[in-house]
Design a protein around this ligand. Structure first.
Ligand code: FES
Length: 487
């Protein structure tokens, strides 16, 4: 199924690249970050082109819940613990400026994108977590944002505490993107295959550029940069409900199973079910959301469902800036966590300044060349542990993997079986329609896991995903899975 945004927006098709080009700036990725970077460069008089492998907004921009906020879970506590107060201020200021820039652009360009100012709340139902929210409010205050702790919410249950930021916003991300893309040069269905020095090689021709920006969600270049060692990916799930409720703001629970709530017009978006990509072999994430919808809004009806994929950095701060120390003319915008709206705008403001050769006051906190020892060491080990688990763990949803045959799978299910001593991923749509694929991830070889909620093959190492028949859905892998003939 498609997101509410995709179901309600048509974006006109753009041409594919048809010849080699030489340009000042080439931007890889036609999502919100890429289009905003091109747009803000244009405001500075710098021409650029955007290269998009599929269609504008066909990646994560269409799957966000589109909260435009500087309230990013418990980020200010983490920033003061892992960075310092000065960098927490940079982060807060950058994100507050991002909200203001959205408002300015939407007002000046009269963009009809359902932009509404709304407060943002973090909440907890656990008494023992009240102090966590109080600490976050203190840290946000030190960073320059006034937060209020309250017990008053419009949620359908009592909270122990909620922390409120005023002056935040929500909008329709694809309507906004469509308007912003109008004035930008975009080549769609133009897939970047490699980047070498100042050459971007696509399946449609080569672009020579003075500066190159990687804004394609997860950078697909392994070396330099080593982003695959510094990020992992997470999935989360959303239901759009009608006849649910009108809330006074956007809400996010801070517990592991905390839910997200926001309205969009008459609909309520109910989100949750977060897990590391590749770790959902039991499934059931939509079922958890449906159970919550039935409990809290028994009169509601589901309109649609969708899921999102987010790049998570080791210290919870995006990587925005110079791609690596050895590539002064390459730039990157990635690792936005669950906060792609403000992070995309921060990327555009910061990278437009850097490409124009101007100082940007909040560049240090987002620098991809940073090292935050306490966060990095702890998370790197956690991440590596999960990656190793992904390499060695075998997930068999069949009763006896050694002897199971593909036909034993229920229709509509997938799983890993052993065939001729090799692990093979099989998906059985119907009795006579079975697809078999290699479950070795084409990125760096980890074993893929079946995700029954999305009917996809997901990689627990760095989060690449493939559809049931092996077609690439999400990088950093760049190719489809190898199909294995069935007889
Ligand atoms: Fe890196 Fe699969 S995404 S090994």
């Amino acid at each position: 199924m498609q997101s509410l945004w995709r179901e309600t927006t048509q974006i006109k098709e753009r041409p594919t690249l048809s010849k080699d080009l030489t340009v000042p700036v080439a931007i890889i990725g036609g999502g919100l970050a890429g289009i905003l970077i091109a747009s803000l460069l244009k405001e500075k008089g710098i021409e650029s082109i955007v290269l998009e492998a599929n269609r504008i907004g066909s990646g994560q921009t269409q799957n966000t819940t589109a909260k435009v906020t500087s309230q990013h879970h418990l980020i200010y506590t983490k920033l003061i613990q892992n960075f310092n107060e000065e960098q927490a201020k940079q982060y807060a200021s950058a994100n507050q400026q991002a909200i203001a820039r959205y408002k300015k652009l939407i007002t000046e360009r009269q963009i009809d994108c359902e932009f509404e100012e709304r407060p943002a709340f973090l909440y907890t139902v656990e008494k023992e977590d009240c102090s966590v929210l109080e600490l976050e409010a203190d840290c946000a205050y030190k960073a320059g944002i006034h937060a209020q702790v309250t017990q008053q919410t419009t949620l359908p249950f009592e909270v122990a505490a909620a922390m409120k930021f005023e002056g935040q916003a929500q909008f329709h991300p694809l309507k906004f993107l469509r308007a912003m893309a109008e004035s930008v040069t975009v080549y769609e269905n133009t897939k970047v295959l490699t980047v070498e020095e100042n050459k971007v090689v696509t399946n449609r021709g080569t672009v020579t550029a003075e500066k190159i920006v990687f804004a394609s969600h997860f950078p697909f270049i392994n070396v330099p940069g080593y982003y695959f060692m510094r990020m992992y990916q997470e999935r989360s799930y959303v239901l759009a409900l009608e006849n649910a409720a009108k809330l006074d703001g956007m809400y996010l629970g801070i517990s592991e199973r905390g839910l997200s709530f926001r309205n969009s017009g008459e609909a309520l978006l109910l989100g949750g079910g977060d897990h590391r990509t590749g770790e959902n072999s039991a499934g059931g994430q939509y079922a958890i959301l449906r159970d919550a919808a039935a409990r809290f809004y028994p009169q509601s009806k589901e309109i649609t469902q969708w899921s999102a994929q987010d790049c998570m950095t080791l210290d919870s701060v995006p990587y925005i800036g110079q791609f690596s120390s050895s590539t002064p003319n390459w730039f990157v915008a990635t690792g936005f966590g669950k906060w792609g709206m403000t992070s995309s705008m921060v990327s555009a403001i910061l990278l437009a300044d850097q490409i124009a050769g101007e100082e940007n006051p909040f560049a240090p906190v987002f620098s991809p060349l940073r090292f935050t020892p306490s966060a990095s060491a702890k998370n790197f080990l956690t991440g590596m542990g999960q990656a190793v688990k992904g390499i060695t763990k075998q997930t068999f949803s069949l009763p006896d993997p050694e002897t199971a045959e593909a036909h034993m799978l229920p229709n509509g299910h997938g799983g890993v079986v052993i065939a001729d001593g090799k692990k093979v991923g099989v998906y059985k749509k119907r009795e006579e329609d079975v697809t078999a694929v290699s479950v070795k991830c084409p990125h760096l070889g980890c074993q893929l896991e079946w995700n029954p909620d999305e009917k996809s093959w997901d990689c627990p190492c760095h989060g690449s995903r493939f559809d049931a028949k092996g077609g690439l859905l999400d990088g950093p892998a760049q190719t489809d899975l190898e199909e294995i003939p069935t007889c």
